[in-house]
Each structure stands twice: as C-alpha cells, then as structure tokens.
Ligand binder design. Structure first.
Ligand code: ATR
Length: 280
C-alpha cells in the first residue's frame, strides 16, 4: 500500500512540492505519493492528528500554518523550530508522538554552500524581517556569520536582532532601517533579499540597483517567481555571483525528506523537477 506524504496550506494549488517529492519517490523506486491538501488554520490540529492516525509518512506546512503549528498541543517542536517560531516539517514518530521541525533556514544555508559561500565570519546583509528572514538568520547566526538585518519597519529588524542575540548564537547581529543599505553593501560579502520586492506581478521592483552592488558580492534572492528577479539580473550585469530562491525550495524539501525517511535526498533530481515546474 502506498505511503502518503503531503503539504498542508491555504492556498495550496500552486505548490511545486508534490512535483518535487513525487520525482524523488519515482527515481528511488519508493512506493509513496505526495499530495497537496488545502487545510484552513482552524482545522490544522484535526488534520495533523488525522494524518498521524492514517499512517501518513510525513508532512510539510506552508502559509499560513507554520506559526500556528507551534501553538498546537499535539506537536512537540524541536529547539530550532521553537526559536524560529514556525514549523514547516512534521515527523510522525514510530511511538506515536508528532515532532515539528523548521528546515527553511537550513535550506537557505545549503543554497549558499552550493554557491561555495563561506558562512563563518562572512558579512551578510539580510533585507526583510518576516518569517523567512527569521528562519534564515537563526541558521546563519548559528554558523557564525556577521549579520545586519535591515527592514522597512526598523523596529522589526531591531526586535529580530535582539531575539537572535538573546539566543546566544556564535555570530554577530545588528538591526537597522533600509536607509543604511547602500553603505552596508560596500562592505558586505553576501546580500539576501527575504522581502516580496520583485515578486510577480511587480517584477520591476528590486531592493538594490547594479550601481549599489559590487562584483565580489554574492546576491541571493529568496523570491523564485520569476526565477530570475530584477535584483538577480542587476547582480549578474556587474559580474556578481547569484543564488536563486528556487534552491531554498529544493533544500528545505531535501532536509524534510531526510527527516522523514533517513535517506540521503537526491538533490539533483529535486532541482530538475523544481526548475521544470517553475519554468512551466
Ligand atoms: P515572510 O513570512 O514570507 O517572510 P512577511 O512576514 O510578510 O513574509 O515579511 C515580508 C517582509 O518583506 C517584511 O520584512 C516587509 O517589511 P515590513 O516589516 O516593513 O512590512 C518586507 N516588505 C514587503 N514589501 C516591501 C516593500 N515594498 N519594501 C520594503 N520591504 C517590504
């Protein structure tokens, strides 16, 4: 009998996770299927308990359920998911307990490692202070990066920097408003955009222009619709290294697969499936 995996979200019809995970199951000859389920926030606990009762292999959670999942009594969050404040991967343990993980930050880290970026000691500027930023910064601070988080609403950047400092991770962190971006970029090794600027349909927007970037910078945009954002185009035009947001999708999924199955994820198959789905 096929083992069922799935992603819960609302809306969910545009998710590429089913294509990505089903490509893996098929390539590895696993008798499993991954399906997208539309689950409303108020039904989340029942849906997770139901999936556990029905012997599901594992779940991903996406917008708007990640933060809500942390408040449910039925899930025990691992410490990193607890600090981030969001769960994107649910593991059904053999003994019946349900554990919540967050693989978004690790996904972003692996995308940077793919581009041969040294994280420890790197000067990283992260724009945006929402949920995605939080997951990424917790991971990169744990890996010893020197991070400045800047945000349109400055207080949110300062609050996020305070939370990270409070977690006593090895990296350094500061928070400030968007105004300082130009000067910060002159000294930075990596720029990460976690805001929605440049996302379809506003594809002409970008957090920085080519003149504000420099060729030694690695520019990472977590927006993957379009695949090549205005920011990445500007970066390429001056010879800077670029990292596509589609890789976060791949690596967060790869780490979820590892947690569910204990099997080394075939990332090249996942990358191909995601690119084909996003290009279509
Ligand atoms: P997610 O959970 O996906 O990270 P979010 O919590 O909605 O999404 O966060 C979106 C981020 O993009 C925020 O940091 C937001 O800035 P504010 O805190 O000031 O709202 C940022 N953002 C969205 N639109 C923006 C814009 N036009 N210019 C600058 N920043 C923007």
């Amino acid at each position: 009998m096929k083992r069922i995996f799935g992603v819960f979200g609302d809306p969910i019809s545009h998710s590429v996770s089913p294509t990505m995970h089903n490509a893996v199951f098929s390539a590895l000859g696993m008798d499993c299927i991954y399906h997208a389920f539309n689950v409303k926030s108020e039904q989340l606990e029942k849906a997770i308990l139901g999936a556990n009762a029905m012997g599901f292999g594992g779940l991903n959670l996406t917008v708007p359920l990640k933060e809500r999942a942390l408040k449910l009594d039925c899930i025990k969050p691992d410490p990193l998911a607890g600090s981030i404040g969001a769960i994107n991967t649910v593991v059904f343990e053999k003994a019946g307990e349900i554990t919540g993980y967050n693989t978004d930050g690790l996904g972003a880290k692996k995308a940077l490692l793919d581009a041969a970026v040294e994280i420890k000691g790197s000067k990283i500027v992260v724009v945006g202070a929402g949920g995605a930023s939080r997951a990424i910064i917790f991971q990169l601070a744990a890996d010893g990066a020197d991070i400045t988080v800047i945000n349109r609403t400055e207080e949110k950047a300062i609050e996020l920097a305070r939370d990270i400092s409070g977690a006593a991770l090895q990296g350094k962190i500061k928070g400030s408003g968007l105004l300082g971006l130009k000067d910060l970029l002159k000294e930075a090794d990596v720029l990460i955009n976690t805001t929605t600027l440049g996302m379809h349909p506003n594809t002409e927007n970008s957090i920085a222009t080519a003149e504000e970037l420099h060729p030694e910078l690695t520019v990472f945009d977590i927006v993957y619709n379009p695949l090549e954002t205005k920011l990445l185009k500007e970066a390429k035009s001056i010879g800077a290294k670029t990292v596509s947001g589609s890789l976060v999708l791949v690596y967060q999924g790869a780490e979820a697969f590892r947690l569910w199955t204990g099997i080394e994820p075939p990332v090249e198959i996942m990358k191909k499936a995601v690119l084909e789905a996003l290009e279509a």
